[in-house]
Design a protein around this ligand. Structure first.
Ligand code: PEP
Ligand code: MG
Length: 764
């Protein structure tokens, strides 16, 4: 039986931890320098506490691969130090690998059970294992076993987890675990691979903001003052957020306001507060209770795949940190005080509001251990043009404040304490890149046309008002894809028509005469709105109820969005585009809905948008076999290569194992893209490409060769791609790419690199 299907709790009442924690602490102290003796005394104490026949402690070795039996009450003493399990091996290895508790009524019946004869384990039927984790670092596993078959109840498992948290904290403090810094030279260079969140290069000094606060006081005999301490700390945090909300920047920027409001709402979350108070009621101090709930959240974060929910959990983690700072007075680094110049901020998580607050002041680069490229944090870092990396391994804790660090958010590399030789080489690289960037930036005001005079249109993809600042440098660049769902995702509830209209008006004001294509809500898949109650859990969310499908089933949502867009357009041009359309008829229904809202708008005296253009995204492969019928009915189309390629290759774009598995630059794809561009040209339907492919130099060259002339991309890509387009001779590119599209091989990347070189585009 796994923890998910736990049966009735066999305990009468929840544990009061006060005495237990006092005894554990005394035991550890009594052991003095003799670590083994302390651990043995601890497992004996815990076995008595859990009234179990066995209590064992397994410790993870410093390489993080093997778990050693370090102490046991109940198993054979000769197994201590001899029984070793790899991560993932047996029940203990499973607990360590999954970092989740495992409760089994009959351990031997479980396929993962591995018998180690030296332990004498076979006489114990039931098994409860919980991970020992501190500051997200796995230290080992605590196991409780009973002779008879019994079901461990949910509360019993939770108690065991709380004990494990306390124990982890204590063990770390008395350094029973070999430190992660066991490497021969603590000052040696450290190199990590990581995932780029926002492109760019930086060299700077590490500023650690790891938010790990050592809890020194775990138990509190009297809960009442602890509850008051938590309330005061929470109030302080709320007050600080309120104060931020009233800063002129926040008042002026609706997005910043919304992010701060979302944080404030989390700080007031009843469920979270109640959990903390419940832990205090069970004998924990205020800080221990906050930490305990926080560790639980962190574990949940690991198994949640939905980016939005992960982002919210990270925000809660961040808030817990702020509360802990108030409660303990430790670890306080106030980011709003600014950072020293050339800082590389290294954090486990960072609230979006915090990043907005730091802004670009002193911040050369950012490393956020848990962040993913599609997180809001990554989007904001990109908008602020701060090079950033995420998903960094845990050994990052080996870094120290003030360490020199190289951050390469182009190739996904981090080098801590680099040798002077490496720094010199990297700085030369940065200087060359700056020169190139400067040259590229100088092209911002030049006409966008190829070397042989063919006009091209560059547009930008945007989702936040911040993105529009970058676009502003390009006088002629419009927005080819405005991801309207972003504004919905950073809120806690559905925006009203007026709120939406206000946002869209700001976009119009900002963009002036330049065109903006508003994509209707592309929610679902990894962008679920938590407040949309009937959004089901889906086995295949990318193929599920998303984008225009949600809109057509929830016409109220689409209608409100149309109303807001019509109000904001106020007689100006309105360009609307539908995402994830799978068949021509679906487009027809969506357009019909827009027409009916327009009729109401006109009947109420609203001005007609001039012109009104309604387009489609080509993202679902089925449309490719019905292209003519589609392109005859739309005012424009845009190829969403991100989704189109994921569906063509049945390769999840959010999965690191499948995302870049297939070569994009291959003849078959070139033929397909040529068909789209040629059909659109024949029918006179404007077509663009707004997937990431358009924002890569080689992709842009290939697309020009396929016949595309309009490209929309992340604002940070505009300068480079414009220089690429201006360097090309379209006639030559078309001829060569068309020839490549007839190759029999599967990959023409090398040939396109050669082609780029012919135009002086060397380092692509
Ligand atoms: C695409 O799918 O290519 C696209 C531009 O849309 P999104 O990345 O928002 O899904
Ligand atoms: Mg898409």
């Amino acid at each position: 039986m796994a923890t998910d299907d736990v049966g009735a709790d066999v305990r009468d009442a929840s544990v009061d931890f006060r005495d237990l924690f006092r005894d554990l602490r005394t035991t550890l102290r009594a052991g003095g320098e003799d670590a083994q003796q302390s651990l043995q005394a601890i497992v004996e104490l815990l076995a008595a506490h859990f009234r179990s026949d066995v209590c064992s402690l397994y410790q993870l070795d410093s390489a993080g691969d093997d778990l050693f039996l370090k102490a046991t009450k109940g198993l054979r003493a000769e197994a201590v130090g001899r029984t070793v399990l790899h991560l993932g091996e047996g029940l203990v290895g499973t607990v360590a690998e999954t970092r989740r508790p495992l409760a089994l009524e009959c351990a031997q019946a479980d396929a993962r059970f591995i018998f180690r004869p030296e332990t004498g384990e076979e006489i114990y039927q039931s098994f409860l294992g919980v991970p020992l984790i501190r500051a997200r670092t796995l230290l080992g596993v605590l196991v409780v076993q009973h002779r008879e078959a019994r079901r461990y109840g949910a509360e019993e498992i939770e108690d065991c987890e709380t004990v494990a948290q306390f124990l982890s904290e204590m063990l770390q403090q008395v350094s029973h675990r070999p430190s992660a810094r066991d490497d021969p030279s603590p000052q040696s260079s450290l190199r990590f691979s990581a995932v780029p969140l926002s492109p760019g290069l930086a060299v700077g000094k590490v500023v650690l903001y790891l938010k790990d606060i050592v809890i020194r006081r775990w138990r509190a005999p009297d809960p009442a003052p602890e509850v008051i301490r938590v309330q005061i700390a929470l109030q302080d945090v709320e007050d600080a957020l309120e104060a931020l909300l009233h800063l002129p920047d926040a008042v002026a920027d609706p997005e910043m306001r919304e992010l701060l409001e979302a944080d404030l709402m989390l700080a007031r979350d009843h469920g979270w507060r109640e959990k903390i108070v419940a832990m205090i009621g069970r004998g924990l101090s205020a800080e221990a209770a906050v930490q305990s709930v926080r560790e639980d959240l962190r574990e949940r974060m690991k198994v949640v795949s939905n980016d939005y929910i992960r982002a919210r959990l990270m925000d809660l983690d961040d808030l817990s940190h702020r509360v802990l700072v108030k409660l303990t007075g430790e670890g306080h680094r106030n980011l709003s005080d600014g950072l020293p110049p050339d800082s590389i901020l290294v954090c486990r998580s960072l609230g979006t509001a915090e990043l907005l607050q730091v802004g670009q002041k002193g911040l050369a680069g950012l490393v956020v251990v848990d962040a993913t490229p599609s997180s809001h944090l990554a989007i904001i870092a990109s908008s602020l043009r701060i090079p950033a990396l995420g998903q960094v391994p845990r050994t990052l804790t080996d870094l120290e404040d003030g360490d020199l660090m190289i951050l390469d958010a182009v190739n996904g590399q981090l080098v801590g304490r680099p040798s002077p030789f490496v720094v010199a080489e990297f700085e030369a690289h940065i200087a060359a890149r700056r020169t190139r960037d400067a040259q590229e930036r100088s092209v911002a005001s030049l006409p966008c046309q190829s070397r042989d005079g063919v006009p091209m249109q560059m547009m930008a993809n945007a989702g936040l008002l911040l993105d529009l600042e970058e676009i502003d440098r390009f006088e002629t660049v419009g927005v080819g894809l405005y991801r309207t769902e972003m504004a919905f995702l950073i809120r806690a509830d559905l925006p009203t028509v007026d709120e939406q209209a206000q946002l869209y008006r700001r976009i119009y004001e900002r963009m002036g005469e330049r065109p903006v294509v508003f994509r209707t809500l592309d929610i679902g898949s990894d962008k679920k709105l938590p407040y949309l109650e009937d959004h089901p859990e889906e086995a295949n969310p990318a193929l599920g109820w998303r984008a225009v499908r949600v809109g057509l089933d929830h016409p109220d949502l689409l209608r409100d969005q149309f109303r807001a867009l019509l109000l904001a357009a106020d007689g100006r041009a309105l360009r609307v585009m539908f995402p994830m359309v799978s068949e021509v008829e679906e487009f027809g229904v969506a357009r019909g809905l827009l027409t009916s809202v327009l009729e109401d708008h006109l009947a109420n005296g609203g001005p007609a948008p001039d012109p009104l253009e309604v387009g489609v995204m080509i993202e679902v492969p089925a449309l490719l076999w019905d292209l003519e019928r589609l392109l005859e009915r739309v005012d424009f189309a845009s190829v969403g290569t991100n989704d189109l390629l994921q569906f063509l290759y049945a390769a999840d774009r959010n999965n690191a194992r499948t995302d870049s598995r297939f070569e994009v630059l291959k003849p078959a794809n070139l033929r397909l893209l040529t068909t789209i561009a040629a059909t659109a040209a024949r029918l006179g339907t404007p077509v663009s490409v707004c997937g990431e492919l358009a924002g890569t130099p080689l992709g842009a060259i290939a697309l020009v060769g396929c016949g595309f002339r309009t490209f929309s991309m992340g604002a940070a890509r505009l300068t480079q791609i414009k220089s690429v387009l201006r360097a090309l001779d379209v006639a030559v590119v078309e001829e060569r790419v068309q020839a490549l599209s007839q190759y029999l091989g599967g990959n023409v990347r090398g040939e396109i690199v050669d082609l780029a070189r012919e135009f002086g585009l060397d380092s692509l």
